[in-house]
Design a protein around this ligand. Sequence first.
Ligand code: ZN
Ligand code: ZN
Ligand code: FE
Length: 762
Amino acid sequence: MNSKKAEETIKGSAIQIVVFGVVQGVGFRPFIYRLAKELSLKGWVKNIGFGVEIHLETEEKTDFKDFLKALQEDNPPLSQIENMTINPASFENLDDFKIKKSRKAESFVFISPDISICENCHTEMMSPSDRRFRYPFINCTDCGPRYTIVKSLPYDRPQTTMESFKMCEDCNREYTDPLDRRYHAQPVACPVCGPRVNLIESRKGKKIKGGIKKAASLIKAGKILAVKGLGGFHLVCDALNIKAVSQLRKIKERKTKPLALMASSLEIIEKYALLCPVGKEMLLSPRRPIVLLKKKKDIKRIAPHLDEMGFMLPYTPLHYLLLENLDLIVATSSNKKDAPIMKDEEEGIEELCDYILTHDRPIQIRADDSVMKIVDGKPLFLRRARGYVPYPQRVPDALASPSHILALGGELKDTISFYKNGYVITSQFLGDLDEYQNYKYFEETIRHLSNLFDIKPEAVVSDLHPDFHTTRFAQKIGLPLLQVQHHFAHVLAPLLEHRVPPGKKVLGVSFDGYGYGDDGKAWGGEFLLANYASYKRFAHFKYVPLPGGDLASKQPWRMAISYLMDTYGTDFPQIEILKKVSKNKIKGVVSMIEQEINSPLSSSCGRLFDAVSLLVGLSPLEVEFEAEAPMRLESQAAEGVEEGYGFTFGKKGIPFHISFAETIKSIINDLAKNTPPSVISAKFHNTLAQIITYVAEKVRKDHGIDTIVLIGGVFLNKRLLHTATQLLEGMDFKVLRPVNYSPNDESISVGQIAFALNKLKE
Ligand code: ZN
Ligand code: ZN
Ligand code: FE
């Protein structure tokens, strides 16, 4: 700041500050107002596109240090400052500080995610003298629903699902007073004017009395309730009532898929799980994700065969009231199998529960709970949704473009991403688009986000897969189409997130279950030399047949036979667990592979995990959900085992083939020696980590590359991610992995944007 000049020519000091980021609709202007008043500064603040502009002045000579410090350190909890510029301004001799009216609707404003109830509101809700005593929709500028209630911009009450609630006088006074913490809090409400709770008996469809208290007692009595939250309904029951949990599992048609828990306090969670400091911090964060924690004391039927359970704390005022006298409930998304979470009563919620605890504030867009685990002190997302969406991701400056772009992602665990004005906005997790209802949700989300951020895409990006619904959608919408190979897109996501500059080459270790390869085969164990522009397939797992195609990923015993035949030929040894499969079925699969019938070739890392998990007896013959077999294998891995198994790195040149025949042979030998599955599992994980370091070393030697990206659904495996990272860092490699996105296919659309931006630059 050129303060010297200002000093000479005018009497006072003045600056202009422009703050970019999530600073609108989160109490930022009132915060500035109060701060300026406190420090006796004059001037004004107003919303502009992207952020706020502040003019500050005083008759004294100052560098505004106190103001700037507080601006950085004490800004409202929901705000996220992305960037800030400070410039000298001319002294205007103003006599007050004002919140100026915004110019007309700006076309691009960051919208806050939905945030859990803040401490102030919680205190008010619990104090009998407060007019919002026990009011389940209390909120303020620091907390409450945002993303899931906004219909369009500008973010103003009539553009939210609160439009039909007319503010009472008291609420209006708070809403219009810049010194009130509810100033311009769009969802502001009270018992007089705001939304109300309803308790409904499902079968009869009739309202019953008693509200939240009654709902809690019904849960205690073993009933299944649907409870309306921020992004949809939860199905809820007493977590310790095995009969209720079993009933809920029957409704969800899920025998083993883990169920999420909501606990009334951290103390309750600590009774059942081991908590690390970062885990605690995440659980308590206003974004309130589900955090997977290591079991201390198991709860039956919650996460069978796994060593972790998912916990969250209450995040709406309604949750807090509901859990007042309940310690621990199951709170799982209200859907049947793979369909999206239900948000309206009309979607058939009554079929899933005994009672419905609902309310009349509509949900505009659905969003599941976010799920993460903590690896090496940092979050690792399994699912990024409520609380995190639509937080923007800034792209590397060199990639910024004036164009708008839409990226459609993959198919399973899809997300979409939009690019505009230097930022990527990624949608919430949308699920498997092969399900018709999820596909509708995908279309709904494209409309919602493009409307919210006023985006008019000039290009669309899709996967290479010719039969993905996203590819077909992209081909239909009449925009220039770019297609990106699945594993390449995976690798680009962390490059964009960590703002790696264009040109920089990395080794992308892209391990997952399935992605369409550029040779038409099913890829999934890939080592790619890549930058934003292109990739070279440096090495990959040796192709093995997937006997039965898609069935092979549901029935791991098929993969076990495929790997046994790859290792030994048709004369493979008898394995205990395979005796459970009928001889005819085995024969069928063997001849399928021999005759190359319905046995597409794959380099999938996920399928290798399936085979090993089955061989050691940890996987069921048929899995219920994706990654079940690998998760069971990981959860058993013994601590303190450092050995690995052998493997073969082919000599033929790029792409090098990595064969697991030696690995499988050693596993079979270990089994014959009665080595426990836990030890075999640990050795198998080590083998993969060692393969990664082996390839990394070779790539450094041959190509001078020392940055390694670990990406793909397989890297949700904590054991593998941790071991590989440790080994690589010990060898002085720089390791990049996603922190704000999931490594699974949710990251595909982010990588697709990166590719398109680079292409536009070229
Ligand atoms: Zn609040
Ligand atoms: Zn009111
Ligand atoms: Fe993938």
